[in-house]
Design a protein around this ligand. Structure first.
Ligand SMILES: [Zn+2]
Length: 145
C-alpha cells in the first residue's frame, strides 16, 4: 500500500482527515534521504509559509509513527530523529497516460536487499519506477500498429 493511502486509512479510522498540511509533511518526509529532526523537517516543509507550525508537525509525526510510516530514533543527546519506514515502494508508470500503480512484492524487496548488500549499503527505502504502457494504452498502441 502506498504511504499516502496508509496514512489516510489510519486517519480515517481515527476520525481524522488527511489535511493538505499532513499530506505535505508526509510527502516531504518520505523524500528525505535520511533521518531528520522535527525542526529540520519543519524547515523542509516550509513551516509558517505553508501554515505548518511545529505543533502541527509534531501531531502529524505522531500520526505517521502510529500509522507505521515513521520510526523515532532517540539520540543520547536527547534529540529525537524521525525516519521513514516505508519499505519498498515501486511504481508501474504508464508513459502514455501517466497512470501509476503501486506494486509491492516480497520478491522485488528481496532483490533490492540483495543488490544493496552487494554494494555494502544498508537499505532504508527504495523508489523504483517501472515505466511502460498500462494495459489500456498497450491495447491501443497494438491497434494502431
Ligand atoms: Zn496508459
Amino acid at each position: 500500500m502506498e504511504a499516502r493511502e496508509q496514512l489516510k486509512e489510519y486517519l480515517e479510522a481515527n476520525n481524522l482527515k488527511l489535511t493538505p498540511q499532513r499530506e505535505k509533511i508526509l510527502g516531504v518526509f518520505l523524500e528525505l534521504p535520511g533521518p531528520v529532526s522535527a525542526e529540520g523537517l519543519l524547515a523542509e516543509v516550509g513551516g509558517d509559509e505553508n501554515g505548518i507550525s511545529l505543533s502541527t508537525l509534531y501531531r502529524a509525526l505522531g500520526h505517521m509513527l502510529r500509522a507505521g510510516l515513521a520510526r523515532r530514533i532517540q539520540l543520547n543527546s536527547g534529540t529525537a530523529l524521525y525516519e521513514a519506514v516505508d519499505g519498498c515502494c515501486c511504481h508501474l508508470i504508464c508513459e502514455r497516460c501517466g497512470r501509476r500503480v503501486a506494486v509491492s512484492s516480497p520478491y522485488l524487496e528481496g532483490m533490492q536487499e540483495v543488490a544493496a548488500r552487494q554494494e555494502g549499503f544498508v537499505l532504508h527505502r527504495c523508489r523504483s519506477q517501472l515505466v511502460g504502457l498500462c494495459p489500456r494504452c498497450a491495447a491501443e498502441a497494438g491497434k494502431k500498429n
